[in-house]
Design a protein around this ligand. Structure first.
Ligand code: SAM
Length: 279
């Protein structure tokens, strides 16, 4: 019998938010994977869990730790994994160890609990029916430009994590790419004493971040891109004229334009007949 890997979510600021099953999962584990033994030690003490055997898991050690975790699971030992705050694997270590355990055929489960992304989207007041999690944006270069352009084009609400000293620049870059009027919710210090969610346009949020020195932890929730206005007959005729002018048949021109503009084929076909007949 192999052991079970249990991911355990921990508070994102308020110690009252420890999931009720966390203590049992941590107490029953032969190994507790964590980013910082002192921080996790304080949590275990708070929960009354006796001293654990720790394995440090961070971006540098996760690869090697995954092999150790799999060996322990294969010996039949249970392993728990926590991060400094929130849900493991969400802009935090955990993903590689989950994959290694699954590849080895071991059981993986979770004690679910807080995550800043979920709390921020729910409090944002923006559309939470479908959303995209971006995590931290690249800090510079082409990779950053591309990801910001992705956010600008994305029709679903997007969640971004950001450090306080980069908040102003990120809001300004988002305002430039998405347009100053796009809505954003800037969620700060969630579950903590100074919890705050400011809902405004991107331009207003960038101006506020310039005016006050941002402090604490932040999540940005950016409204999705507005749906493009449906194509009108004039736009479709112009596109058809260009495709027909390049030598396409009425049928092919209609099919091409119908796909590109997302309009029914019969509408594109009727317009293509008109254009071809010079009407
Ligand atoms: N795994 C965590 C989770 O589930 O939310 C995220 C860890 S990531 C290393 C840390 C980032 O999460 C912070 O820089 C901030 O963007 C966001 N964050 C974490 N706690 C937060 C809080 N209490 N309020 C606002 N944002 C928070």
């Amino acid at each position: 019998m192999t052991g079970t890997l249990t991911l355990v979510a921990t508070p994102i600021g308020n110690l009252g938010d420890v999931p009720p099953r966390a203590a049992a999962a941590l107490a029953g584990a032969a190994i507790v994977c964590c980013e910082d033994t002192r921080r996790t030690g304080r949590l275990l003490e708070h929960l009354g869990v006796p001293k654990a055997t720790y394995l440090v898991v961070n971006e540098h050690t996760e690869h090697g730790a995954a092999a150790e975790v799999v060996e322990a699971l294969q010996r039949g030992e249970d392993v728990a994994l926590v991060t400094d705050a929130g849900t493991p694997g969400i802009s935090d270590p955990g993903g590689r160890i989950v994959r290694a355990a699954l590849d080895a055929g071991c059981a993986v489960t979770m004690v679910p609990g807080p995550s800043a992304a979920v709390m921020a989207i729910v409090l944002s007041g923006l559309d939470a029916a479908r959303f995209v999690f971006e995590g931290f944006l690249p800090r510079s270069g082409e990779a950053r430009d591309e990801r910001i352009a992705d956010v600008a084009r994305e029709p679903r609400t997007t969640v971004v994590y950001e450090a306080p000293h980069r908040l102003e620049r990120t809001l300004a870059d988002l305002a430039a790419a998405c347009g100053p009027e796009r809505r954003v919710a800037v969620a700060r210090e969630l579950t903590k004493l100074h919890e705050e969610v400011r809902r405004s346009t991107l331009a207003e949020a960038a101006a506020h971040a310039r005016a006050v020195e941002p402090r604490g932890e932040y999540v940005l929730v950016v409204e999705g891109a507005p749906a493009a206005a449906p194509a009108g007959d004039d736009e479709l005729r112009a596109a058809l004229r260009s495709v027909l002018g390049a030598g396409a048949s009425v049928r092919d021109a209609a099919a091409d334009v119908a796909v590109r503009f997302g309009v029914p084929r019969n509408r594109a076909y009727d317009l293509a007949l008109d254009v071809a007949a010079g009407r």
